[in-house]
Design a protein around this ligand. Structure first.
Ligand code: ZN
Length: 154
């Protein structure tokens, strides 16, 4: 394993800790059009995602709750990346992140993923494998016409 890879991993770790300490869009949204609770009993992550949909566009998105550093950082990055996107664009990003978190390393080279590649670090910890995807599954659920009120990784 090269030193470069180690540096990148440190950078990713720093990014995750930073988002965990100062999460973006960390607030309740009383006028949300959709809200989905996400539960990861394996780790104890418990987040609620709020989405405001106007037509086909996500005009606002936020979350609240508590969880480990990876789950909170993932939700924070998600809100930054998805705010202002259309439903179709958000769903396309969901698929990319899902691939990144479940499969091949090469997906991390995708320029659109950018900082989201840091989330793939969670794959190294089997117990943490469901932490990063949690908020993304809540997002997917929230974008469906018959949005469920709750999703669980179990
Ligand atoms: Zn977790």
């Amino acid at each position: 394993m090269s030193d470069d890879y180690g540096d990148l991993r440190d950078l990713y770790q720093e990014l995750i800790l930073d988002h965990c300490r100062h999460p973006s869009n960390f607030r309740a949204m009383p006028d949300a059009t959709r809200s989905v609770e996400g539960d990861n009993p394996l780790c104890g992550d418990h987040l609620r995602l709020y989405v405001r949909l106007e037509g086909e566009r996500i005009t606002d998105i936020s979350f609240e709750g508590s969880g480990c550093a990876i789950s909170v950082a993932s939700a924070s990055l998600l809100t930054e990346r998805v705010k202002g996107k259309t439903v179709a664009a958000a769903e396309a990003l969901f698929h990319k992140v899902h691939r990144l978190l479940t499969m091949e390393e090469e997906a991390a080279d995708d320029a659109e993923l950018g900082e989201l590649a840091a989330l793939a670090g969670g794959r190294q910890f089997p117990m943490r494998g469901k932490c990063a995807p949690l908020s993304w599954h809540a997002l997917w659920a929230a974008l469906q016409d018959e949005a469920p009120e709750q999703v669980s990784t179990e």
